[in-house]
Design a binder for this molecule. Structure first.
Ligand SMILES: Cc1cc2nc3c(=O)[nH]c(=O)nc-3n(C[C@H](O)[C@H](O)[C@H](O)COP(=O)(O)OP(=O)(O)OC[C@H]3O[C@@H](n4cnc5c(N)ncnc54)[C@H](O)[C@@H]3O)c2cc1C
Ligand SMILES: *[C@@H]1O[C@H](CO)[C@@H](O)[C@H](O)[C@H]1NC(C)=O
Length: 494
């Protein structure tokens, strides 16, 4: 049995805790709606104001797979602190707003696997990356998960979804030559008829509409009104949904306005890592990312053990965990059981059940900026500084351990793939401590350069080459100065 709980009497507060984010979100939403706008301050990338339904894994079955249902679902599985998911959210909110008129037939749900309680969604759906888009048809069972995986390109999605829904909504099928239809209006449009089919879906419960694939290639939709005797007469033409609605007498939908971001943009000076942030990153890495990646995979197991061993000076629980983990994966760790055994090992070593996630030096101006990925960089930089201070002879190299963790376990799987490409210059032989410290510094600056100006960049913490001259005036022209600066900066907390 998979259990996320420790066996004996947890206090009431602990049982109540999982509800807290939901209550907070509701409260914030209420406050924000009252104020007439919703910013990203609710702690999640998506809120119902975006026209999407945020779902937890344990609600999925009842909400989406309700037997006898008529609804179709578009689900997005994402990770709130993954840069690619943040970058994608703008396009997805626009899509959700565009598809809002279809909401009686198609629902849009989002699942954040950064939340511990949703991590199982990855395994349940058999996903290897985020963001992932899934279509769930009304005849799809909980056990089979989803009916189709969809491309992320939002410009193609409306057409794909219409094709997928067509077998279940007979009105979406084009009229055949000679076929007469008992309806109010007939729309004529070249294939694939996205505009016509979208309107049919939107009007399903108020107007009876059908469409016919026109043979000419004029992009406009031609409209005919069907009389009681079956005869039809031209009723105008238009090439946008708003004009067609007016011709048909449909109400213009009031769409949700996607939540914007009003993050203040005055940059803040970088802060040296705090011990609390390094611990938070380490705990999230082992408690959350390893569980998500599947500790039952030998490569994940080894990477987790090596990180725990290396970080033992920072957190005694990590040392106890490493000592309790045999060199190779125990045979018992297969499938579902691995999650339970992993939870048990962590609890026995003294890890908290949930990562603390209250960031100090890595705090972002919005809850989805910085945090964990920032803490993880700082953790590995600190470990290279610690190794240089301790001496090569005693301390283990950091680079291979970091590589194995990022590539096999990091919950931002795109980051992992990009990172694997950045590693071209990683020497096969272990590097001396000084060289390793500089190697990671250069690599991180390359990543900063690549990510500068992307939507995942916190406006208060722009991606600049580190350290800025204000922090280390001599670093621009002396490698010794860089080594001296990094050792001091990254020894502050470990
Ligand atoms: C291995 C890895 C790969 C990633 N790949 C991607 C990716 O492909 N796409 C994506 O969108 N996001 C990626 N991320 C996330 C991204 O790099 C940032 O971590 C995230 O956007 C948060 O940025 P930040 O402003 O907190 O600064 P971060 O880049 O997280 O840096 C944290 C802190 O380290 C210090 N620092 C900055 N540069 C250096 C340096 N060169 N040497 C030493 N210290 C430095 C600064 O004080 C900075 O605030 C990755 C993260 C990691 C850990
Ligand atoms: C669901 O319906 C689609 C379209 O009719 C069909 O192709 C598919 O096989 C059905 N799946 C199940 C599990 O019944």
């Amino acid at each position: 049995m998979l259990s996320c709980r420790r066996p004996s009497g947890r206090p009431f507060a602990a049982r109540f805790f999982p509800l807290l984010p939901v209550l907070l979100l509701l409260l914030l939403l209420l406050l924000a709606t009252a104020a007439g706008s919703v910013s990203g301050g609710s702690g999640v990338l998506y809120t119902p104001v975006d026209g999407v339904t945020p779902l937890d894994f344990r609600q999925l079955r009842a909400a989406v797979y309700d037997p006898g249902r008529q609804r179709h679902w578009l689900l997005q599985v994402y990770h709130a602190s993954c840069g690619h998911c943040i970058a994608y959210s703008g396009a997805f909110k626009k899509l959700a707003s565009e598809l809002w008129p279809w909401r009686y037939t198609l629902r849009i749900g989002v699942i954040d696997v950064a939340k511990q309680r949703n991590a199982r969604a990855m395994r349940h759906f058999g996903l290897s990356g985020v963001p992932s888009l899934l279509y769930v048809a009304p005849n799809c069972s909980w056990a089979s998960g989803f009916s189709a995986a969809l491309p992320r390109d939002t410009s193609e999605l409306p057409e794909r979804l219409l094709d997928l829904m067509e077998p279940f909504v007979p009105q979406l099928r084009p009229l055949q030559p000679g076929e007469t239809a008992d309806c109010d209006f007939i729309l004529e449009e070249p294939r694939p008829g996205v505009l016509s089919r979208g309107l049919i879906l939107e009007a399903l419960h108020v107007r009876s509409l059908r469409w016919r694939a026109s043979v000419d290639s004029a992009p406009a939709v031609r409209l005919s009104r069907v009389a009681a005797d079956g005869s039809s007469a031209p009723a105008g033409s238009a090439s946008d949904a708003a004009s067609l609605r007016r011709l048909i007498g449909l109400k213009q939908p009031t769409r949700p306005t996607p939540t914007g971001d009003t993050a203040p943009s005055s940059p803040k000076a970088p802060r040296p890592p705090t011990r609390a942030d390094l611990k938070s990153a380490l705990i999230r890495a082992l408690v959350s990312d390893v569980a998500l990646a599947g500790p039952g995979r030998p490569r994940v197991w080894r990477a987790a053990r090596d990180v725990a061993r290396l970080a033992a000076p920072l957190l005694p629980a990590a040392g106890r965990l490493a000592a309790a983990m045999p060199e190779s994966l125990p045979a018992a760790l297969a499938g579902e059981a691995s999650a339970a055994i992993w939870q048990h090992l962590l609890a026995e070593s003294g890890f908290p059940e949930k990562p603390p996630d209250n960031w100090v030096a890595c705090a972002g101006s919005r809850p989805y900026f910085r945090g964990y990925p920032c803490g993880l960089w700082q953790l590995f930089h600190s470990l290279t500084a610690l190794r240089l201070k301790t001496g090569d002879a005693v301390a283990q190299p950091v680079a291979p351990v970091m590589r194995a963790f990022i590539v096999n376990c990091f919950s931002c799987s795109h980051c992992g793939r990009n990172f694997a490409r950045e590693l071209a210059d990683l020497p096969a032989e272990p590097m001396p401590a000084r060289q390793e410290l500089l190697w990671l510094w250069r690599l991180h600056n390359r990543v900063n350069h690549r990510l500068a100006g992307r939507p995942s960049e916190d406006p208060q913490h722009p991606k600049v080459q580190f350290p800025p001259a204000a922090l280390c005036p001599r670093c621009g022209d002396s490698e010794d100065a860089v080594v001296e600066f990094l050792t001091r900066w990254y020894s502050a907390a470990i």
